[in-house]
Design a protein around this ligand. Structure first.
Ligand code: ATP
Length: 245
């Protein structure tokens, strides 16, 4: 579904941030992108979104690179950003509607999906509200519902649960698991390792712009020779040098 091969990239050709990054996210799989602040997670995501061109290497969704066909590429995934971006002049319902129009979703399909999502995320009463009345968590839920509305084959998710209350977190994780079971691929960047450990099928640990370890929890435990290690233990082990322990 998502294939990243030998990606070197970043903001200035003289000083790449990502070095030879390779990993895949398959159908029916949640892959956790893990790393310290500044490790390169957001930069990787910007390359996946097509916002940045690779300096070398390749990023493909369903075999298609952004440069091949930008419109088809963009429509093949939904992105949930860390910081919600809403239009002050559109109500919650209009935000959902705008997304559905952009993705070419049928009106009847839109209404049915939107109502289900509003109920799941406890936002039904706020359909006609404008974003200036939303809390931070509510704003995040608008982004989450917009992404789920499109039912894409790939979800790219940046720190999805920061700012959500426990009920919202459960709704998000249940819904993303349901989409995964139906065949979606999910790339999820997060610092919340206990949740990642429970919900992700595989992990990619980035450190200073390089993949230092990847695989299932079992693969990574074996690689570091610690059969009982938690994801926290593995993460700390792989990033030791930077913390000068
Ligand atoms: N717009 C930018 N211009 C130049 N350098 C940038 C820019 N954004 C990030 N960087 C640099 O790229 C490197 C990787 O940053 P990135 O934002 O990808 O890290 P991250 O893993 O997402 O971190 P965090 O967990 O803090 O969000 C850092 O050294 C950062 O200083």
């Amino acid at each position: 579904m998502l294939t990243i091969e030998h990606l070197t990239g970043g903001y200035s050709p003289k000083k790449p941030v990502l070095h030879d990054v390779s990993f895949t996210v398959n159908k029916q799989e949640i892959v956790g992108l893990i790393g310290l602040n500044g490790a390169g997670k957001s930069t990787t995501i910007k390359h996946v979104l097509g916002l940045m061109d690779p300096m070398s290497g390749d990023v493909r969704i369903n075999g298609l690179a952004f440069a091949d066909d930008a419109d088809t590429y963009r429509r093949s995934f939904a992105y949930i950003p860390e910081t919600p971006l809403l239009y002050d002049e559109l109500t919650l319902w209009e935000h959902l509607r705008l997304t559905s129009v952009a993705y070419g979703i049928d009106d009847s399909v839109f209404e049915e999906r939107a109502e289900r999502l509003l109920n799941e995320f406890n936002m039904a009463k706020m359909k006609k509200w404008y974003p200036n009345h939303f809390s931070k968590g509510m704003r995040q839920k608008v982004m989450i519902m917009s992404a789920f509305l499109t039912e894409p084959s790939l979800y790219v998710v940046d720190e999805p649960i920061v700012g959500l209350d426990p009920v919202g977190i459960t709704s998000f994780l249940n819904w993303i698991s349901k989409m995964k079971d139906r065949g979606a691929a999910v790339l999820m960047s997060t610092h919340i390792l206990a949740t990642a450990e429970r919900y992700c099928d595989r992990f990619v640990i980035l450190h200073q712009g390089q993949v230092v370890l990847a695989g299932t929890l079992a693969d990574m435990r074996e690689a570091i020779g610690k059969p009982d290690a938690t994801l926290d233990d593995i993460y700390i082990e792989m990033t030791k040098e930077e913390r000068h322990d």
